[in-house]
Design a protein around this ligand. Structure first.
Ligand code: GLU
Length: 433
C-alpha cells in the first residue's frame, strides 16, 4: 500500500471523497475488516488471522536452454493452517508479487472455510513470463522452486495446486521433485495432477463446474430461467471454457467470451464445442468464424443476465462497474472486483457471487484428490461431481442465509461465515502461547 497517499484505510481520498482503485491486498484487507467488524470478535484473536503466518521468498537460478542462467523470484505464502494444511495454487505470471500472493493466500483460507473443507490457505507464485520459456526451462524452474521450498510443502503442511499459467504437467513435476527428495512417491503433496499419477477424475473441470452450480442457485434466487439466460465470460482458460460449456448444456446462450488474444461477440449465441476446437487449434478465441471481434474491456459491459469474470484480479473497477449490465456476476477468477466497484454493483442490485464461493469448486475437488491419494482408493467421476454439487449447493445456501439474516451482500456474508468458522477452531484449539 502506498503509505504516502492521503487516503484512509478504505482508500477514500480525504480531500475529494473519490476513492482510488485498490490493489488485491488492500481489497482483501477491507473485505476481512468489514466482515470481522460485523461479527464483533475479540480483536486479539483477529490479529492471529489478519496477517499470513509465514511468507517465504526464494531466488531461483535456472539454466536456460542457450547455456546462460537467469535468476527468478518465487514466493509461497501460508496465510493460515488453523483448519488444516495450507492449500492453494501456484501461478506463473510477470505481475506476481509478494503482496498479490499474500492476498490470494488469504482468500484461500476463507474459500476453504466457506466450503467447509479441512484446509488453511496458501498461495505461491513465480514472477516470470511463461510464454517466453521453453518446456524444459519451465521444468527446471518448477523443480528448483520445489527443491528450495521442500520443508515448506508436504501433505500435512502445505499442498499446492494449479493456478494461472500452471497445469497438470507442472503438478506432475512438483510431485516428482518432492518425491525424489522424500525417497518415495508422495502423491498427496500436490493436487491437480494428471490422472495417471494420482489425480482425481473431474479435477480439471471442477472450478468451472462449481461456477455452474453457483450460477444455477443464484438464478433460482432471482427467478431467472437459465435456459433463457444470456452469459458473458471473460477468460476462456480452465475455468471460463468449462463454465461456458456446462452453462450452454443447461440451455444458456453464451453471447461473448474473451481471452488474452481478444474477445468475440455473437448475440445469437456461440457454439461452444466448435469454439473449443478453434481454441485448440489457434490458442485464442479471437478469429472465431461468424462472431464479431470485441475489445476485452468492453465485453464486460455487454448487457447480459450472467457475467463471469474468469481471468485475473481488478477487472471490474470504479471505472466500469456502473456500466456492468448483468443480473448476476459469478466470480470465476480470484479478486476480479475491487471493493469500490463491488459497492457500485450492490447498489445497482447485481447479485455478486463472490470468488471465495463461486470458484471454490477447484479446491473442493483438490480436497477429494488429497483424500483419494491418502486412501489409495479412487472415485468415479460421477461420484466426484455429485459430492462437489452437494458441498457447493450447501455452501451457497449457508452464504445466502447469512446474507439474509444480516442484510449484507453475499461477499460480506461469505467472509463472515468463513471468519467465524476459522475463529471457532482457534477457540477450540486454544492459543499455544
Ligand atoms: N488455484 C485454485 C484456486 O484459486 C485452486 C487451489 C487448489 O486447488 O488448491 O482456488
Amino acid at each position: 500500500m502506498d503509505t504516502e497517499s492521503m487516503t484512509d484505510s478504505t482508500g477514500m481520498d480525504m480531500g475529494s471523497g473519490i476513492q482510488r482503485e485498490l490493489d488485491p491486498l488492500e481489497n482483501a484487507h477491507i473485505q476481512f475488516e468489514e466482515a470481522a467488524a460485523r461479527l464483533k470478535l475479540d480483536p486479539a484473536i483477529l490479529q492471529i488471522i489478519k496477517q499470513p503466518r509465514r511468507a517465504t521468498i526464494v531466488k531461483l537460478p535456472v539454466h536456460m536452454d542457450d547455456g546462460s542462467f537467469r535468476v527468478f523470484t518465487g514466493y509461497r505464502v501460508q496465510h493460515s493452517i488453523v483448519r488444516g494444511p495450507a492449500k492453494g495454487g501456484i501461478r506463473y505470471h510477470p505481475d506476481v508479487t509478494l503482496e498479490e500472493v499474500t492476498a490470494l493466500a488469504a482468500w484461500m483460507t476463507w474459500k476453504c472455510a466457506v466450503v467447509g473443507i479441512p484446509f488453511g490457505g496458501g498461495k505461491g507464485g513465480i514472477s516470470c513470463d511463461p510464454t517466453t520459456l521453453s518446456k524444459t526451462e519451465l521444468e527446471r524452474l518448477t523443480r528448483r522452486y520445489v527443491a528450495d521450498l521442500i520443508d515448506v510443502f508436504g501433505p500435512e503442511r502445505d499442498v499446492p495446486a494449479p493456478d494461472v499459467n500452471t497445469n497438470e504437467q507442472t503438478m506432475a513435476w512438483i510431485m516428482d521433485t518432492y518425491s525424489m527428495h522424500a525417497r518415495h512417491t508422495v502423491t498427496s503433496v500436490v493436487t491437480g495432477k494428471p490422472l495417471l499419477i494420482g489425480g482425481s477424475a473431474g479435477r480439471r473441470e471442477a472450478t468451472g463446474r462449481g461456477v455452474l452450480f453457483c450460477v444455477r442457485e443464484a438464478a433460482k434466487r432471482i427467478g431467472l430461467a437459465l435456459d433463457k439466460a444470456t452469459v458473458v465470460i471473460q477468460g476462456f482458460g480452465n475455468v471460463g471454457s468449462v463454465a461456458a460449456d456446462l452453462l450452454a448444456k443447461d440451455g444458456a446462450k453464451i453471447i461473448a467470451v474473451s481471452d488474452v488474444g481478444g474477445g468475440i461477440h455473437l448475440p445469437s449465441g456461440l457454439d461452444i464445442p466448435a469454439l473449443q476446437k478453434h481454441v485448440a487449434e489457434h490458442r485464442t478465441v479471437a478469429g472465431f468464424p461468424g462472431a464479431e471481434p470485441i475489445d476485452g474491456k468492453k465485453l464486460l459491459e455487454i448487457p447480459c443476465d450472467v457475467l463471469i469474470p474468469a481471468a485475473l484480479e481488478n477487472q471490474i473497477t470504479q471505472a466500469n462497474a456502473g456500466r456492468i449490465n448483468a443480473r448476476i456476476v459469478a466470480e470465476g477468477a480470484n479478486g476480479p472486483t475491487t471493493t469500490p466497484a463491488d459497492k457500485i454493483l450492490n447498489k445497482n442490485g447485481v447479485l455478486v457471487v463472490p470468488d471465495i464461493l463461486a470458484n471454490s469448486g477447484g479446491v473442493t475437488v483438490s480436497y477429494f484428490e488429497w483424500v483419494q491419494d491418502r486412501q489409495g482408493l479412487f472415485w468415479r467421476e460421477d461420484e466426484v461431481n455429485s459430492r462437489l454439487e452437494q458441498i457447493m449447493v450447501d455452501a451457497f445456501h449457508d452464504v445466502a442465509n447469512m446474507a439474509d439474516e444480516h442484510k449484507v451482500s453475499f461477499r460480506v456474508a461469505a467472509f463472515m461465515l468463513a471468519i467465524k468458522r476459522v475463529v471457532d477452531v482457534i477457540m477450540l484449539r486454544g492459543v499455544y502461547a
